[in-house]
Design a protein around this ligand. Structure first.
Ligand code: NAG
Ligand code: NAG
Length: 493
């Protein structure tokens, strides 16, 4: 009798431990976390500091801005080319800062590196916003010319044209995202560097005011230098609401709450959209604002909890609002171009929302309401874990999509600096056209861009590891930024 009863009990125990078990240990997540931050050092533009750890990179773009008599050195190259694009890099900065704001206490060993990664970008955005009053510099480099070459950043000699938005040529999308980035970064430095934090917040407020006052999309003002690269398809309303939400979070100033309340509806707060990216901020804004309702029970934010629930339910199979697509191996799939960007933003939002739900006044009782059924915060955490584990190698291809992590990872990433020999190994210039031999070469990249997350597999979990397939093999700062927060969470849970 006892022996028969013990069996189901035993399997139940095994099953319940396995719900929490994962292919990775917290040590693995810590390792991946360190690498995910290290990646940003490989994307640095400007003069590299003495403590630069990815030493195959050198100084680059030292006269950026000089064609317009301003100093725009520094900042990040957003992906595998050498253009400094404002919209995706500002979004990267916001998400990197949000990672630190929510999960900084889970990354004790990496907090200084994470803050340095935020500061590298925040310093640049401060320059871009303050060099010329009434102007925000939003891009350095002509992408059409840049893409005609395959050059290391250290060698680049394509036109470093400077692009800006102003009262006459507005760009509320890029400006409000820059305001969001500066405000989020101000929270990161609130305790450790008060004066820097205050400067970030004051600048955020000015840039937001400019974005709001002179309305228009930068796609209309700048045309073919931003489209189709980082065209603002979703317009600028979503960024205005997102920017106001971040300034509200950073300042707790009631005028931004009033702004959110009077403009929310017109700015898309009631649209249910199911992806979150450098282009469309609506889902992230709702999760961010739901914190006010969940943690402070503020009725001002009630509707954002309901909209956040709709977003979350769209990801949960079996619930009434379910509409996401997953690969056979279980990866969230939004599209063939850099799909992992959606996976990392979604994983981050799942974990941030789970955190807000758990810190709800009712404690563990807060749940997501999907039609008639309740979905627990733990279910969100396990969905996020599934996605993160997939990225790190627990997938049908047994491939890690983080460069330098695990036994098998992409060797042929679409990245100029990583694929052309380093300036250390080959100090002589490698000019524009000569570099293409490295794009088309079958050899692995000589410089390992440790921590880079690539665009990722196709809808059938297949990955080509082909440098010329940029949809799959190109890394980007906005793919990594939200993963930093997610990896911090799993390294300590
Ligand atoms: C640009 O500013 C940086 C500090 O952010 C400074 O180190 C550098 O010398 C300046 N470059 C020029 C060309 O003035
Ligand atoms: C709140 O923000 C508004 C708009 O930026 C500003 O005019 C006001 O002075 C701020 N209030 C405080 C207390 O800082």
């Amino acid at each position: 009798m006892q022996a028969i009863n013990a069996l189901p009990l035993l399997s139940l125990l095994l099953l319940s431990t396995c719900l929490l078990c994962s292919a990775f240990t917290s040590k693995d997540y810590s390792d991946a976390l360190g690498k995910s931050i290290l990646f940003f050092e490989g994307q640095r533009s400007g003069k590299l500091p003495p403590n630069q750890r990815l030493t195959w990179r050198g100084d680059s773009g030292l006269s950026d801005g000089s064609s317009s008599q301003v100093n725009l050195t520094g900042g990040y190259y957003d992906a595998g080319d050498n253009v400094k694009f404002g919209l995706p890099v500002a979004f990267t900065t916001t998400l990197l800062a949000w990672s630190v704001v929510e999960f900084g206490s889970s990354m004790p060993g990496q907090i200084e590196n994470a803050k340095a990664a935020v500061r590298w970008s925040a310093d640049y955005l401060l320059k871009a916003a303050t060099e010329t009053p009434g102007t925000l510099y939003v891009q350095v480099g002509d992408p059409n010319m840049d893409h005609k070459c395959w050059e290391r950043p250290e060698d680049m000699d394509t036109p470093r044209n400077v692009y800006k938005v102003s009262a006459e040529n507005p760009g509320s999308d890029v400006a409000a995202e820059t305001a969001a980035a500066l405000a989020a970064a101000s929270i990161v430095f609130k305790d450790s560097d008060h004066s820097y934090s205050a400067r970030l917040l004051q600048t955020a407020i000015k840039v937001f005011d400019f974005a709001d006052k002179y309305r228009g999309s930068y796609s209309d003002s700048l045309g073919s230098v931003v489209c189709p690269f980082y065209c603002s398809y979703s317009g600028y309303q979503d960024e205005l609401l997102w920017g106001a939400s971040w300034i509200h979070r950073a300042s707790q100033n009631g005028s931004y709450l009033a702004y959110i309340q009077s403009n929310g509806h017109a700015m898309g707060a009631d649209d249910d959209v199911y992806s979150f990216s450098w282009d469309d901020k609506r889902a992230g804004t709702k999760i961010l604002l739901s914190k006010g309702f969940l943690e402070k029970n503020s009725e001002d934010f009630h509707r954002y909890k309901a909209h956040s629930d709709n977003y979350i339910c769209s990801l949960i199979p079996g619930t009434s609002n379910f509409q996401a697509e997953y690969t056979p191996g279980g990866l969230l799939y939004k599209g063939s171009q850099s799909n992992l960007q959606y996976v990392t933003t979604t994983s981050f939002l799942l974990l941030a929302y789970a955190k807000y739900l758990k810190s709800n006044r009712g404690g563990a009782s807060a749940a997501v309401s999907c039609g008639g059924s309740a979905v627990s915060a733990d279910r969100l955490v396990s969905l996020a874990r599934k996605q993160v584990d997939y990225i790190l190698g627990d997938n049908p291809a047994k491939m890690s999509y983080m460069v330098g992590f695990g036994p098998r990872f992409p060797l042929h990433i679409h990245h100029r600096g990583s694929s052309v020999p380093s300036v250390r190994a080959h100090p002589d210039r490698i000019p524009c056209n000569v570099g293409f031999q490295y794009l088309y070469s079958g050899s692995p990249n000589p410089n390992v861009l440790v921590g880079a997350i690539v665009g990722g597999p196709d809808i059938w979990d297949g990955y080509a590891d082909d440098r010329n397939n940029y949809q799959q093999s190109e890394p980007a700062t906005y793919i990594n930024a939200p993963l930093v927060g997610a990896l911090a969470f799993f390294s300590s849970h």
